[in-house]
Structures are given as structure tokens and as C-alpha cells.
Design a protein around this ligand. Structure first.
Ligand code: ADP
Ligand code: TRP
Length: 329
């Protein structure tokens, strides 16, 4: 059976981009594939969180995973740092990762720009750790948003390189995956290309309705179309993209027609959009609060997940060590 794996760095609450780019796919896939979903807490160390923030963020993401419908009976749900085998595979893969190619990775260049005072080696080798996450379970499908494509290409390259170096057919080459469609990018409400944590333009799964309405009502638009079927500005296109995701098809059609005939009132569209987002997120928000405070349940979920993840990871590591030439006397 094909193996699916994905993770999210715990840096605070998850937003709609994380949900529609990644989480929603996790939920859809968990009953059809053998799935591993984890919290990438080692990756989050690249930004130096405080110990209290680190733990709190892991708890938040775990509660949000479960509230969105991840089922610990169906999928293996675990925390990256609970599986030390990943760190050992990361060390081994680093020997076949070249500095030049890591420096050229677009995500690394973005990080250097974003945090010029903290360009640590962990940031440079971030994709190697991500490759270890994926290869340790021999996953072939990785549900992530569009921005993660470069990391998946690097992982496939390292799988190939390992196989060639040791003349084996051991690691499969994984691919970025979106259930049934192309990779998704949820835009920002500020007219920017991407909704993101660091972009500061997120609508969070845990936001209450008042906050959601306020954020949507202040979304960037333009002066409105003046000729029929006018091309849309990026900001307005973004509003429609989000509406496509959360609203009923005839609602979207209604506002598209209004736009094309120059009768649109962005205020009305935003009100509708805000209500549709609230309807979508309310059941999720309610569950997040319950689960976040249920320590016994969280401990149980992580206990089961760690055991399953380590079983698979230690098997791979044993085989990799054998292939590389570490032999017992
Ligand atoms: P952020 O950009 O807020 O820091 P992450 O980079 O931690 O979010 O992303 C976690 C997951 O969510 C990844 O799979 C990523 O591809 C996905 N994701 C994040 N933002 C978006 C977005 N705006 N649209 C689609 N997917 C996204
Ligand atoms: N880099 C991913 C992100 O920022 C998180 C991640 C770490 C990941 N390891 C992974 C995603 C393995 C998929 C598979 O979102």
C-alpha cells in the first residue's frame, strides 16, 4: 500500500492556508492509505522558540490536527522529536547533501532574507531533515501546499542519490500531492500571494467569529470594475479564490456575475464570505478548545503514535545502516 506522510512546524495556531493546503488532505487520505502525520518540532528550532512556546505550540498543533478530524486509530500521529531515528537518518543523509544545492534552494534564500541575523546551519540543512522525515517511512505521497514543492524535489534527489551511491533500489522517490487536484495556494486577504504565519495575514482555525468578520471586512479590494468582464486585480482575484474554497458554487457564481456586469458591491461580497468562513470554521474551533485541555487524551494519542512511528523508523534505520556498511562484529 502506498505510504503518505506529512508534517507541519509548530509555530502557533494553524490558519486556513494550512488547512486547505495540507490538513484537509490529511483527513481525506487517512482511510485510503497508510498515513503518518507528525508535528515537525525539530524543524521549528531553526527560529529559536522558548521552551514554553515550543511545548505550547506542539500542543496547539496536535489539538488542531485532532479537531480537524485526524483519527489516531487510522493514521499514525506523532511528534518528530519523539522519534530519534529521524535525527540519525538526517546525519547520514547530510553526507550526501551538497552545500551549493542547499544554498540555492528558494526556501533557504527566503529564510536568509527573513531572518538575516540567524542564518544557522539547521536552516541550511532544513530540507535534509525533511528528507529524513519522509524517507524514514518510505513515504511516496506527501500532501503539502505549493510552497513545499522544492523540498519534495530535493527529497526525491536524495533518494535517487542514495540508491545510486550504494547500488540499491531502496528508497522510493516521493512526490508532493494534493488529493484529487493540483497543489493549492490559499491567498492572503491583504492582496498578497499567500496566506501565511509570517505574512501576518492569516485567518486562524481558532479565531472567533468576531475576529474573522473583522479580518474579512478589512480585506484589500479596488475601486470596482468600470467595463463589463474587466480583468480582476490580484486583491479581488484573491477574494474570489477564497470564496471558491469555502462558499457554495452558486454564491460564487452570483458574485462573479455581479462583477462582470459592474454591479458588485465588495462590502456585500465580504459579508457573505465572512459568514461562509465562520460556518466552516465554527465546529473546528469548538473542538480545538475541548481537545487542547484534555491532557490525558493528548498523552494517549502521542503514546500510540510514537510507538507505531518508531517501529517503522527503526526498521528503515537498521536496513540503511546495513547498506552503508555499519556491521556488527
Ligand atoms: P506558514 O506559511 O504559515 O509558516 P507553513 O510553512 O508552516 O505555514 O506550512 C504548513 C503547511 O501548510 C505546508 O504544507 C504548507 O504548504 C501549507 N500552507 C501554508 N500556507 C499555505 C497557503 N497559503 N496555501 C496553501 N498551503 C499552505
Ligand atoms: N517544511 C514543512 C513546512 O514548513 C514541514 C515539514 C517538515 C514537512 N518535514 C516534513 C512536510 C515532511 C511534509 C513532509 O510546512
Amino acid at each position: 500500500m502506498e505510504i503518505v506522510l506529512s508534517g507541519i512546524r509548530p509555530t502557533g495556531n494553524l490558519h486556513m492556508g494550512n488547512y486547505f493546503g495540507a490538513l484537509q488532505n490529511f483527513v481525506k487520505m487517512q482511510h485510503q492509505y497508510k498515513c503518518y502525520f507528525f508535528i515537525a518540532d525539530l524543524h521549528s528550532l531553526t527560529t529559536h522558540p522558548t521552551p514554553a512556546d515550543l511545548h505550547g505550540n506542539v500542543r496547539t498543533v496536535l489539538a488542531e490536527y485532532l479537531a480537524c478530524g485526524l483519527d489516531p486509530e487510522a493514521a499514525t500521529i506523532f511528534v518528530q522529536s519523539d522519534v530519534p531515528e529521524i535525527s540519525e537518518l538526517y546525519l547520514l543523509l547530510n553526507m550526501n547533501a551538497y552545500i551549493g544545492e542547499l544554498e540555492r534552494t528558494t526556501t533557504f534564500k527566503d529564510k536568509v532574507r527573513a531572518q538575516p541575523d540567524n542564518v544557522n546551519a539547521g536552516l541550511l540543512t532544513y530540507p535534509v531533515l525533511q528528507a529524513a522525515d519522509i524517507l524514514i517511512h518510505k513515504a511516496t505521497k506527501v500532501p503539502v501546499g505549493k510552497d513545499q514543492k522544492p523540498h519534495l524535489e530535493i527529497t526525491a534527489k536524495y533518494a535517487r542519490r542514495f540508491n545510486q551511491l550504494y547500488k540499491v533500489d531502496y528508497f522510493p522517490e516521493p512526490e508532493a500531492f494534493n488529493f484529487g487536484e493540483s497543489l493549492i495556494k490559499v491567498p492572503g486577504l491583504d492582496g498578497s500571494g499567500k496566506m501565511g504565519k509570517s505574512e501576518g495575514n492569516g485567518i486562524f482555525l481558532a479565531d472567533d467569529p468576531k475576529v474573522i468578520r473583522k479580518k474579512v471586512m478589512s480585506a484589500v479590494t479596488d475601486a470596482g470594475p468600470t467595463v463589463s468582464n474587466q480583468d480582476m486585480t490580484d486583491a479581488v482575484k484573491n477574494l474570489f479564490t477564497i470564496m471558491d474554497i469555502v462558499s457554495a458554487p452558486d454564491t460564487v457564481l452570483h458574485f462573479r456575475e455581479k462583477y462582470n456586469t459592474c454591479e458588485i458591491r465588495y462590502g456585500d461580497m465580504k459579508k457573505q464570505l465572512a459568514e461562509d468562513i465562520v460556518t466552516y470554521l465554527t465546529p473546528i474551533r469548538e473542538k480545538i478548545n475541548d481537545i487542547y485541555n484534555n491532557n490525558a487524551y493528548l498523552r494517549k494519542v502521542v503514546g500510540i503514535g510514537t510507538e507505531k512511528a518508531r517501529e517503522s523508523a527503526s526498521k528503515t534505520l537498521r536496513e540503511v545502516r546495513e547498506i552503508i556498511g555499519f556491521r556488527a562484529f
